[in-house]
Design a protein around this ligand. Structure first.
Ligand SMILES: [Mn+2]
Length: 441
C-alpha cells in the first residue's frame, strides 16, 4: 500500500468508525458538465468523494458497508474503452483501480443500481448526501423498490437515513497532516502570485492582465487551476464584493483589490490584498487601509484552540467601527453602533470562513443544534478577511472617501499553541507594499 493509499484509507476508516452498525454509505462524484455544444468544462471531482478516494475521474461512486464483524469498500468507475480513451482520455478501469486505490471491490459504474439494490438488503441505516438529495432521490427510490419487493423472502429494508454531509463535514473540518502539507503549498504559491501581481502593476494595466500574471504564477508552480474566480477590482470596482468581470483599466490614483488563490492538488488558498496601482497610498487610502490592517491583525491574534469562533468577527468589528467613527463616517457611541449594526453600512460581510478542499469549506460554525458558536480546534484552517467599503455615491461622507474599498485576507491554521499564518509571505504593511508595487513593471 502506498503512502497516499494509507492517507485515503485512514479517512475511510474514520468514516466507517462514525457509521452505525449495519449501515451503508454512498458517495457520488459527478458527470462532466457541458460548457457549450460538445465542449465540456474541465472536470473537478466532488470534494467528499475525492477526500475519501483521491480518484479524479467523472462518473464514479464509493460504497462503504459496515456490518457487525466486517467493513467493505467498493469503488465504481467507468470501464476501460479503447475507442473512448483515444478520443477522450485515459481511464483506469475497475481492474487496475482495485489495486491502485486499495479498495476491496471494484465494478463498472453501470452496475451501481444492481449492487445498491443488493447492498441495501438487510441493512438498517443508509447514509446519503442531503445536499444532493434531488439527484439521489430517484435512484434511491428505485433501489428501495427492489429491496421492498423481496420482503416476502424475509429481506429487511433500511428504516432510517442519516445525512452523510454532516458526518463528512465534521471530519473534513479538522485537517490531517497530508492536507496541511498541501494547504501550505497552496498558500505559498498563492502568496507568491500576489507578490508578483504587486510587482508588475503600474497605472494603465488592465485588471485581466494582472489576473493573467496571477494565473501564470499559479501554473508555473504546479497549480493549474484557481480555487475560485479571481477578483481583480480597481477603483470603485473594489466595492463590488464578488467582482469577477476584471475588464477595467487601472487609473493612476486607484487602489487595486485582488482576491485570488490557487487550487493545489484539490486544496484551496484564499488571499486578498489591496494596494495603490501607482505604488503610493493617498492620505485617504492610507487612513482606511490602516484601520483594516489593524482590525485584521487583531482578529488573527485572538486565534487559538478553545477560542469561540465569533471572537474573530467581534474583534474585527470593534476596531473597524472605532475606525469608522475616527474617520467621520459614523457618529455616535461605538458600543451602540455595534449593537444597532450601523457598521454594516461599510462592513457588510463576515470576517472569514473555513478553508480546505472547498474555498468555502464544509463544517458548522455553531455547536450542532445550538446557537452557541463552536470553539476553535487545532487542525482547523480558516480565513480572516475584514474590510471597509465606501460606495461611490455615498454623499454622507466627504468626497475623498467615496469609492475606496479595502480588504485584507490571510489563511490561518489553528495549532496546538495558537495559530500559524500560512499566507504571511505577501506584504501587507504599507511600507512593504509601497516598496514592491511596480518594482517589475
Ligand atoms: Mn475568503
Amino acid at each position: 500500500m502506498t503512502e497516499l493509499n494509507a492517507v485515503y484509507g485512514a479517512r475511510r476508516q474514520r468514516l466507517l468508525d462514525a457509521m452505525p452498525n449495519n449501515s451503508v454509505a454512498l458517495v457520488l462524484t459527478g458527470p462532466e458538465q457541458v460548457r457549450s455544444n460538445d465542449c465540456d468544462y474541465h472536470f473537478r471531482p466532488n470534494s467528499d468523494f475525492y477526500y475519501l478516494t483521491g480518484f479524479e475521474e467523472p462518473e464514479a461512486a464509493l460504497l462503504l458497508k459496515k456490518a457487525e464483524d466486517e467493513a467493505t469498500v467498493t469503488l465504481f468507475c467507468r470501464p476501460k474503452d479503447t475507442l473512448r480513451e483515444i478520443w477522450d482520455g485515459r481511464r483506469v478501469g475497475p481492474d487496475a483501480a482495485k489495486e491502485r486505490f486499495a479498495v476491496d471491490f471494484t465494478f463498472e459504474i453501470a452496475e451501481l443500481d444492481q449492487r445498491m439494490g443488493e447492498a441495501l438488503c438487510d441493512t438498517d441505516v443508509v447514509l446519503l448526501s442531503q445536499l444532493r438529495q434531488e439527484e439521489i432521490a430517484p435512484m434511491f427510490e428505485s433501489w428501495m423498490a427492489v429491496v421492498r419487493a423481496q420482503r416476502k423472502q424475509g429481506v429487511r429494508a433500511p428504516e432510517s437515513r442519516l445525512d452523510l454531509d454532516a458526518v463528512l463535514a465534521e471530519q473534513r473540518l479538522i485537517k490531517d497532516a497530508h492536507e496541511i502539507a498541501l494547504m501550505r503549498t497552496a498558500a505559498k504559491i498563492s502568496a507568491d502570485a500576489h507578490s508578483r501581481a504587486m510587482a508588475v502593476t503600474k497605472p494603465g494595466i488592465w485588471e485581466y492582465q494582472v489576473e493573467a500574471e496571477i494565473k501564470h504564477e499559479f501554473a508555473m508552480n504546479g497549480a493549474r487551476h484557481e480555487a475560485y474566480n479571481s477578483i481583480v477590482g480597481s477603483g470603485e470596482n473594489a466595492c463590488i464584493l464578488h467582482y469577477v468581470e476584471n475588464n477595467g483599466q487601472t487609473q493612476d490614483g486607484d487602489l487595486l483589490l485582488i482576491d485570488a488563490g490557487c487550487e493545489y492538488q484539490m486544496y484551496a488558498a484564499d488571499i486578498t490584498r489591496t494596494f495603490p496601482v501607482n505604488g503610493k497610498f493617498s492620505e485617504a487610502q492610507r487612513a482606511v487601509y490602516e484601520v483594516v490592517l489593524k482590525a485584521q491583525e487583531a482578529a488573527i491574534d485572538v486565534i487559538a484552540p478553545g477560542v469561540s469562533y465569533d471572537r474573530i468577527h467581534d474583534t474585527a468589528v470593534r476596531i473597524l467601527t472605532e475606525g469608522m467613527v475616527e474617520l467621520g463616517w459614523l457618529v455616535g457611541d461605538v458600543d451602540e453602533l455595534i449593537e444597532t449594526e450601523a457598521f454594516k453600512k461599510y462592513y457588510m460581510h463576515g470576517t472569514g470562513h473555513w478553508l480546505g478542499i472547498d474555498v468555502h469549506d464544509v463544517g458548522d460554525y455553531r455547536v450542532a443544534g445550538e446557537k452557541t458558536w463552536r470553539n476553535l480546534e487545532a487542525g482547523m484552517v480558516l480565513t480572516v478577511e475584514p474590510a471597509l467599503y465606501v460606495a461611490i455615491d455615498d454623499e454622507t461622507v466627504d468626497a475623498k472617501w467615496r469609492g475606496i474599498g479595502v480588504r485584507i485576507e490571510d489563511d490561518i491554521l489553528v495549532t496546538d499553541s495558537g495559530y500559524e499564518n500560512l499566507t504571511a509571505d505577501v506584504p501587507k504593511s504599507i511600507d512593504a507594499i509601497e516598496a514592491l508595487v511596480g518594482s517589475r513593471a
